[in-house]
Design a binder for this molecule. Structure first.
Ligand code: ZN
Length: 441
């Protein structure tokens, strides 16, 4: 698959390079790592004349059943031996420090050291990603193999960090359309150096912002949101839930969208919203795809689908987070993702946007089968190897009874919705079909 689209930019490569820039930054649910990341992403979208709105929400703010925590600042973290050798240092890999660690500066025995070191025993060569946001403690992470190799002796635990009344930072960009009905695309910004979970989502979002900004016509208003997972979504919902409940037609959460193994959807609670039908319809056109129920949830779809919130928001992953063994470890590095993997996500989302924009309940305008030949419709139909274009057109006409939208027609014909768009366009341009805009779905 090429990473190039029509204006000559290699968007797959752009997104990969952008991921490379934000990968080393030590992010958490709050703090300057997040702000620096947003600054870099903002620079990228500014090339198309659009900017993020960066919002700071003070520590202590009540957000639904939660409270915005103190801000975390981390300046140094290492363990050294009696000879002054650094056993681990967060400058080498920021996963070495337990996220939200409080400060420590003391000498301990090997047994005492083991009490505050986290490893992944079933994957002895990786550093695990571990956090403790809501209980104050300090800790370090290292590979099981490294821990096993440490000799008896004294070790110096050192973390220079602080927890203080600061703020939680999120970034949003809203691009207005002809209507105030909204589509939302969101991902999270709180993980330190891991590429698929999460740099991938944070770079596809700005690439899509640039795509939407470049669209000539937009029926929908587009809301893009990057926030710390869980607490950020809860914070956003606590301020914007009523608006989203009134305006949001469909939303997608990105989680692990940079590998090239699979295309996956995690459905809403009951799997019956426009978001479910539309994204499933688009990924069904891919060679590999997987569907998961809401019971397999893992990211911010948990908040958007909670009882009483009930927003039409699905999650989209390439390989679902807990299916790939590198998940939440140091092995989720820049080799986990690729320009092709990121571009696959981008392409699916562009197809989704194009289908959503064109969607309607289609109705044929004549009684009986229309005479296609006299309207010159046969030659305009592209022949595909896997289906007969004329038959697809006839099937669309046969089921265009005013009850089916693009995604219903895709399910009936087995043809990806984006491949039906040119046929639908020529039928509507010829006056053979009308498309009623969808209301209240
Ligand atoms: Zn994660």
């Amino acid at each position: 698959m090429s990473g190039t689209v029509n204006d000559g930019r290699d968007i797959g490569r752009e997104m990969y390079d952008l991921a490379g820039k934000i990968f080393p930054i030590c992010r958490s649910i709050t703090g300057n790592g997040v702000r620096e990341t947003f600054r870099i992403l903002d620079e990228y979208i500014a090339e198309d004349g659009i900017r993020f709105n960066i919002v700071e929400v003070p520590s202590g703010t009540k957000v639904l059943d939660w409270t915005v925590p103190k801000e975390w600042a981390i300046r140094a973290a290492y363990i050294e031996d009696e000879g002054g050798n650094r056993i681990i240092d967060m400058n080498d890999n920021n996963l070495h420090v337990l996220g939200y660690s409080i400060p420590v500066d003391k000498w301990v025995t090997l047994d005492e050291l083991k009490e505050c070191v986290y490893t992944q025993p079933d994957q002895p060569d990786v550093i695990p990603y571990v956090t403790s946001y809501y209980k104050e403690r300090y800790g370090f992470c290292m590979s099981q193999r490294q821990l096993d190799s440490l000799p008896e002796g004294k070790y110096h635990l050192y973390i220079d960090s602080s927890l203080f009344d600061g703020s939680l930072t999120y970034a949003e960009a809203v691009i207005p359309g002809e209507t105030d009905e909204e589509l939302m695309i969101t991902s999270y910004s709180c993980h330190p150096s891991m590429a698929n979970d999460e740099c991938s989502g944070m770079v596809v979002v700005p690439a899509l912002i640039r795509y939407v900004q470049s669209m000539k016509n937009r029926r929908y208003t587009y809301r893009f949101l990057l926030n710390p997972e869980t607490i950020g979504a809860l914070t956003y919902l606590s301020f914007n839930m009523d608006h989203l409940k009134a305006k949001l037609k469909a939303g997608v959460v990105f989680s692990c969208v940079g590998d090239d193994r699979d295309y996956s959807i995690i459905h809403t609670r009951y799997g019956n919203t426009l978001a479910d039908r539309s994204l499933t319809s688009v990924i069904r056109g891919r060679e590999h795809y997987s569907e998961y129920t809401f019971r397999d949830r893992g990211s911010d779809e948990r908040q958007y689908n909670a009882p009483g919130i009930d927003l039409p928001v699905v999650s989209f992953c390439r390989t679902k987070h807990d299916v790939f063994p590198e998940y939440h470890t140091s092995a989720d590095n820049m080799d986990m993702i690729s320009p092709e993997g990121l571009y696959g996500t981008y392409e699916v989302m562009v197809q989704w946007i194009q289908c959503m924009e064109a969607n309607g309940k289609y109705k044929i305008t004549v009684l009986g089968e229309p005479q296609l030949g006299k309207r010159g419709l046969y030659p305009t139909v592209a022949q595909k190897t896997n289906y007969d274009g004329i038959m697809v057109m006839r099937d669309i006409i046969a089921y265009a009874d005013g009850t089916n939208d693009l995604f219903d027609l895709s399910a009936i014909t087995g043809v990806p919705p984006y491949e039906m768009l040119p046929i639908i366009k020529s039928l509507t341009e010829n006056g053979l079909m009308t498309a009623e805009e969808m209301v209240n779905i």
